[in-house]
Design a protein around this ligand. Structure first.
Ligand code: FEO
Ligand code: CA
Length: 676
């Protein structure tokens, strides 16, 4: 792909948007195999060519009530909803908004000191040493594990996905447009120190207010700059995992692009490594900027993952991020990392048994027979939905449970047109996963998870983001969008061509058992504006004008097992005119498919987290990259943000401070359970 072409596009306002556009190019070569798929047999080609499902097909998916055009109110009438709050009105402006009767307070901001001796944040004089003791950038996943029975003390675990240099550092501007000429090693070290994760102890006082316990011994940063990690599982030690600095293939420094994640039943934290390809560099590019991989032994593997992409200039200063100098380091990223937050000196572990791809999330549950099950999406256009099932069972006694993440079976999903889903095992020697096809061992199958899943005939999806399993054998899969899907590439589970707004699939595993190798699936909602026929959206007709959404991304259950959805529309939020936010989405009964707006972000941000404490009295939300995405669509601003001139200075609104990614804590005013 021609980088220069992408970064010079005047519609694109920042680096993250530029690489989102670059990443619009799918790497899955198997799309031909799905052409026409069974959707044609099930619904008929004519309906599909009209850009929406036919009446009979839609009725069979959503019930006939979904087809009656409602008089859409601006906000929902809450009386029938199981979620008890007055709906927030949609919009987009410089600050966040929450439904009446709730408080959303800033708990942690980028740069906040998290250890007793950490320096105060000085945005004009940043250093890597300071950042290693301060809250990182672009908070994404948030998890919580209590330290006492009342749940008034606990450890907050937060992923820091990536950095935006043009709003983070003064005077730099868009570095992707100038070959990263302004990126010194000093700045790169700060970027690296701002990636990764944070563990902090937090406590709730008698008045119900949560705050950081700054002198807690648990507080730590995990980064790609300084954190030693262990590689375990079937790929550990394999020659493709060995590098210039690590002959064992079992030790690696750090983790990066940690997007969504999960907490295990035994209180450890799983960090998903998502867009790892973006950190690998090459000096061997042609005049169009295209990487020359001809000297590499694993060209097909690197191409399938999009390596190298050169989103960051780390490879100019660190040989391990330059594939010309250390071709195997990229094999040591793209995994799920387990951290024990109760053991602040413990080395995090990369569990290769869970596969290598652009891991979006890794939410866990326990099967009916006590096995650990992890649902994981591979966030790329036309990539796949996975799950992992342990061989052993979860015990109540902590530590030994981590072995469950080293010994088990990884599966990839095939969604059939008859409404069944089949989980195909990625096991060396089974089916096409043999030496003749390039998989000499289970290590090869896992290092090349995508190629193995291609060989098995998995269903190419519309960008699988987070997935959330519920204890009853149900799981919800967020398909955020995929405008690259052509009409002849649709399939039953991804039925819209040019899917700009995404959809959500509900899986019901066989006999309610998350370890089952098959189940049934249905589409819970097809997102976008229900009043525009060409969008082909499907919502419960009682959904208000404020309630429908686009681009589902992260999700969570509350204490009642009710589903909440966080959105990420990227630079295209102007298409809906709505900020990203948090929505309460009904999955049961007459209101199935009914959505209601609870919280919305400041302009340019996406919403991550969300995480409910077990008592449902506290909700953590992560507001990521405020003031950046699509700010050309903000009326009265209409330009790209920079450090000096951002679209918002949320949350401080201090004229000397740029916008700061922050974690918010949401409580009901005066106390009580949220939305009960
Ligand atoms: Fe980091 Fe797929 O969102
Ligand atoms: Ca995400």
């Amino acid at each position: 792909m021609d980088h220069k072409h992408i970064t010079d596009d005047p519609e694109i306002g920042n680096k993250a948007e530029a690489y989102e556009a670059f990443d619009d190019i799918p790497t899955n070569p198997n799309l031909e195999a799905t052409i026409g798929d069974v959707i044609n047999a099930r619904y008929g080609r004519r309906d599909l060519l009209r850009g929406m499902l036919g009446v009979s097909a839609a009725a069979s998916l959503f019930g006939s009530s979904a087809l009656i055009a409602p008089q859409r109110a601006l906000a929902a009438d809450a009386r029938n909803s199981r979620y008890r709050f007055d709906e927030l009105t949609q919009g987009n402006d410089q600050t966040h908004h929450i439904a009446a009767g709730y408080d959303a307070e800033v708990l942690l901001r980028w740069g906040d000191p998290i250890t007793a001796d950490a320096p105060e944040f000085d945005v004009m004089n940043q250093s890597a040493a300071a950042q290693l003791q301060q809250f990182g950038y672009n908070n994404d996943y948030v998890g919580f594990t209590p330290l006492n029975e009342q749940g008034t003390r606990g450890l907050l675990c937060v992923n820091h996905e990536y950095t935006n240099e043009e709003v983070m550092f003064p005077g730099l501007g868009r570095q992707d447009k100038q070959g990263f000429a302004g990126m010194t090693k000093e700045l790169i070290d700060i970027e690296m120190a701002a990636h990764g994760g944070t563990v902090v102890e937090i406590a709730r006082d008698a008045a119900g207010k949560w705050s950081l316990v700054r002198n807690s011994a648990y507080n730590r940063r995990i980064t790609p700059l300084h954190t030693e990690m262990i590689i375990d599982g079937p790929a550990a030690g394999h020659k493709r995992m060995q590098t210039k600095t690590d002959a064992t293939g079992k030790a690696v420094i750090g983790t990066l692009n940690n997007c969504a994640g999960g907490m295990t039943p035994w209180g450890t934290w799983l960090m998903a490594e998502e867009n790892f390809h973006g950190y690998f560099w090459t000096d061997n590019r042609d005049s169009n900027g295209k990487a020359d991989l001809s000297a590499h032994a694993d060209t097909a593997s690197k191409k399938r993952y999009g390596i190298p992409s050169g989103w960051y200039a780390w490879g100019q200063y660190y040989d391990r991020f330059n594939i010309d100098k250390d071709p195997n380091e990229s094999n040591r990223f793209g995994w799920v990392v387990e951290v024990d937050p109760r053991s602040p000196n413990s080395k995090p572990v990369k569990h290769t048994a869970l596969g290598r791809f652009r891991h979006e999330g890794c939410e866990t549950t326990i099967s009916t027979t006590g096995k650990l099950v992890v649902y994981m999406g591979d966030d790329n256009r036309f990539d796949y939905q996975y799950k992992y099932v342990s061989n052993g069972t979860v015990s109540r006694s902590g530590g030994a449970n981590s072995e469950l993440l080293s010994d088990g079976t990884l599966y990839v999903a095939r969604f059939d047109a008859d409404g069944t889903v089949h989980w195909l095992p990625l096991v060396h020697g089974e089916g096409p996963l043999t030496a003749e096809n390039g998989f000499a061992s289970q290590a090869d199958v896992l290092i090349d998870t995508r190629l193995a899943a291609d060989a098995l005939g998995a269903t190419p999806m519309d960008r699988p983001e987070d997935a959330q399993p519920r204890g009853d054998g149900t799981a919800y899969i967020m398909l955020t969008n995929n405008t690259r899907r052509k009409t002849d590439q649709i399939n039953a589970a991804n039925p819209r061509a040019k899917n700009a707004f995404g959809h959500i699939i509900e899986i019901k595993e066989e006999a309610g058992d998350h370890a089952a190798t098959s189940g049934t699936w249905s589409i819970l909602v097809s997102c976008g504006d229900p009043d525009l026929a060409e969008v082909g959206a499907q919502w419960n007709p009682q959904t208000s004008e404020s309630g429908w959404f686009s681009s589902p991304d992260n999700c969570a259950f509350d204490a009642q097992g009710r589903l909440w959805i966080a959105t990420d529309q990227g630079r295209k939020w102007g298409k809906t005119g709505k900020s990203d936010g948090l929505y309460a989405l009904e999955t049961e009964g007459d209101l199935r498919g009914h959505s209601k707006l609870f919280f919305r972000c400041p302009v340019g941000a996406e919403l991550c987290g969300p995480y409910f404490t077990e008592d449902s009295e506290t909700l953590f939300l992560a507001v990521q990259h405020p003031g950046t995405d699509g700010t050309k669509s903000l009326k009265g601003f209409a330009r790209a943000s920079t450090f000096e001139d951002p679209a918002t200075r949320w949350p401080d609104f201090d004229p000397k401070m740029p916008p700061r990614p922050s974690v918010l804590v949401v409580t009901k005013t005066g106390g009580g359970k949220i939305a009960f």
